[in-house]
Write a protein that binds this ligand. Structure first.
Ligand SMILES: [Zn+2]
Length: 253
């Protein structure tokens, strides 16, 4: 009886993993595999930007170099671009450059920072939506969701979504997890609060479908040449066992 129970538990864990990732752990070459690149601020960070976020700010020249690499890649549908934190540079620098190259992107904003001098205003968010970009939630206060109790987590997930839906007058169904920090209960919280996609920072390739979608964070020490190699070698579209196991550990715990 014990082994039947154990087998059923393992099968249910495996099923959860497949549903969340949109792919099975043994599928090393998902034909749908894409690469999601996550950016933060572009240009000079303003005085309000916290010290731990500054390493994620890159120069305009570096951002343009990354866009050139994406433009040169033969299958642009497999490259996804996201922005976290709702910095003012989203509307002032990133959006015009993306529009110039006809590249789409997703912007995940912190509703607790709306209207602050270095961050997006409500009107900026409507303007990004009107330019064709997808708007999603990054929570309210940029806190680690794993560290929140159930009430705190629900508040972050529900309230940020409600604020964005009211100001956009449309459904908001995607979230980006702050600091890429999650466990099973965070993913469950996202689902129960109406999200259909959760973007993490696991660094590996992502499926174009599925609930949990890993991204690679671009930092100021990320070499554009490394990204070119990642794309051209095809290595960037494979998901290695150690990456799958790392995600599985977080999904199941
Ligand atoms: Zn963030």
């Amino acid at each position: 009886m014990y082994s039947v129970g154990l087998t059923m538990r393992l099968a249910s864990h495996l099923k959860r993993f497949i549903i969340l990732q949109g792919t099975s752990p043994w599928n090393m070459r998902d034909p749908m595999a894409a690469r999601a690149f996550n950016f933060h601020g572009i240009g000079q960070p303003g005085p309000e930007i916290p010290a731990n976020e500054r390493p994620y700010w890159i120069s305009i020249a570096a951002f343009e170099a990354f866009l050139d690499i994406f433009m040169a890649y033969r299958d642009r549908r497999r490259i996804l671009i996201t922005f976290d934190d709702g910095n003012r540079s989203d509307i002032e620098i990133a959006a015009p450059l993306l529009a110039k190259h006809r590249l789409n992107a997703r912007f995940f904003v912190l509703t607790g920072r709306l209207e602050h001098p270095d961050y997006l205003s409500k009107q900026n968010i409507r303007d990004l939506r009107d330019m064709g970009f997808v708007i999603g939630s990054h929570g309210i206060n940029h806190v680690d969701w794993v560290q929140q109790d159930t009430l705190g987590l629900d508040h972050e997930l529900f309230q940020s979504r409600a604020v964005l839906e009211e100001l956009l007058d449309q459904p908001v169904t995607e979230a980006a997890i702050p600091f890429g920090s999650y466990r099973r209960r965070v993913l469950r919280g996202l689902r129960t609060n109406g999200y259909t996609v959760a973007w993490s920072s696991d660094g590996s390739a992502t499926a174009l479908r599925g609930f949990l979608r890993p991204r690679l964070s671009i930092r100021n020490d990320t070499e554009p040449g490394a990204i070119t190699r990642l794309l051209d070698s095809g290595e960037g579209f494979r998901c290695r066992w150690h990456q799958k196991l790392s995600v599985a550990r977080k999904v199941l715990l």
